[in-house]
Design a binder for this molecule. Structure first.
Ligand code: HEC
Length: 130
């Protein structure tokens, strides 16, 4: 075997090895993202019907899935924010609206902070509604 040929084979093996390692790292990253989003989606679904968000045992879902009030369905709501909110008197984000609802509609004295993983999970859940 010529040393040039051996050198070529070694080079080819390194390139192939790097490609496989790259693909594996990408697959692992994809799997991690998928698992994290699946987990957040499940948490969001729980927040949606969580009676512990306020002292009266009310849930977000109760008012927002009432067939008699389809105008309150939240399908597609993620697209609408940030927007002007009359109660706030200014432009707010979707999470700020969640906090406002927890305060006004669920009568919570202490609200979840903006950026709480439960609000973010709820955003993801609402985004998944068709
Ligand atoms: C007692 C009934 C009731 C409950 C409980 C309730 N909401 Fe609402 N929600 C409303 C009503 C009525 C409106 C429309 C008036 C307004 O914006 O304040 C609204 C509006 C919203 C909007 C804005 C929709 C849009 O098109 O801009 C979002 C988002 C929302 N609610 C989320 C929630 C979340 C999250 C919870 C739980 C933390 C919740 N709501 C609990 C009655 C309720």
């Amino acid at each position: 075997m010529s040393s040039r040929f051996t050198g070529f084979v070694a080079f080819a093996l390194i390139v192939a090895g790097a490609a496989v390692a790259g693909a594996t790292a990408q697959d692992a990253a994809d799997a991690e993202a998928k698992a994290a989003e699946k987990q957040a989606l499940a948490l969001g679904a729980k927040v949606w019907k969580d009676k512990a968000l306020g002292p009266k045992g009310r849930t977000c879902m109760k008012c927002h899935t009432n067939p008699k009030k389809p105008e309150l369905y939240l399908n597609g709501v993620n697209e609408k924010y940030p927007r002007y909110d009359r109660n706030a008197g200014r432009v707010i984000t979707l999470q700020e609206k969640f906090v406002q609802m927890q305060e006004r509609s669920l009568k919570a004295k202490k609200t979840l902070p903006l950026g709480d993983e439960r609000w973010t999970a709820l955003e993801l859940y609402l985004k998944s509604l068709k």
